[in-house]
Ligand binder design. Sequence first.
Ligand SMILES: [Cu+2]
Length: 293
Amino acid sequence: MMNHSIKFKGLLWHKLVAIITIISGLFSTTFVYAGANDYGIASPWQMDTQAPATEMMTNMISFHNLLLWIIGLTTLFVGVLLLIVIFKYNAKSNPVPAKFTHNTMIEIIWTIIPIIILLVIAIPSFRLLYEQRVIPDSDMTIKVTGNQWYWSYEYPGYGDIAFDSIMIPDDELKEGQPRLLAVDNEMIVPVDTTVRLILTASDVIHSWTIPSFGVKIDTIPGRLNEAWFNANREGIYYGQCSELCGKDHAFMPIAVRVVSAEEFAKWVEKAKVEFASAPINETIKLAALSAAQ
Ligand SMILES: [Cu+2]
């Protein structure tokens, strides 16, 4: 009998060690991978968010990590309590149960501690919401329109540049262009610039998102939504429509290229010519002219 009980305790101990190892393993993987993820694109075996390219996303990741610790430690604590109850206070190990039903001290503790935990969560959470929702003074505005199934961008302050951004099909991909993410015309923005986005849709609800920027917002027909970002690092950043919008929902990626101020100015000059938004009447007149010739 005694031998049996020692064996059982040994087994329990092994199980507990295994559980703790798995939980601590999960935490360490999260932190190891946090630095290894690529900017702007998902990477194989990615375990965490994409690397941040805005201060907003950096703040969101620290908030996420804080929550992970809180939820992890809470789960561990409750799990250990449950194990203690199961093994120490079952009918066999504890044949004569205690008769008390209340303990004022423990009731105060289990009321106060969760309140403190919720406050610790609420303060950074509301601060983040405020940062996202209150649009700061912006350096430029871009209008984003979601369409079935591509995106349109307009730069009202830059000679009315307007263009569509359409996914490159698999058989036309060039070297280095990621499948299902590369587009023909990327949104181009300068680095360290506060960009205000106004977003709408022409048909159904879509959602514009760039994970590395910490931006995700619905584009709704007949409504104008607002968002903003300030990318602090040059590079190309990808996202995907995040509102189920029809048969080609998976094939309307978002690509934003962040470039230096000089490169942006050069692009604007080029884009003014390339994407000059010709009023529809002009186009018809031109077509009529060329047909007559
Ligand atoms: Cu969509």
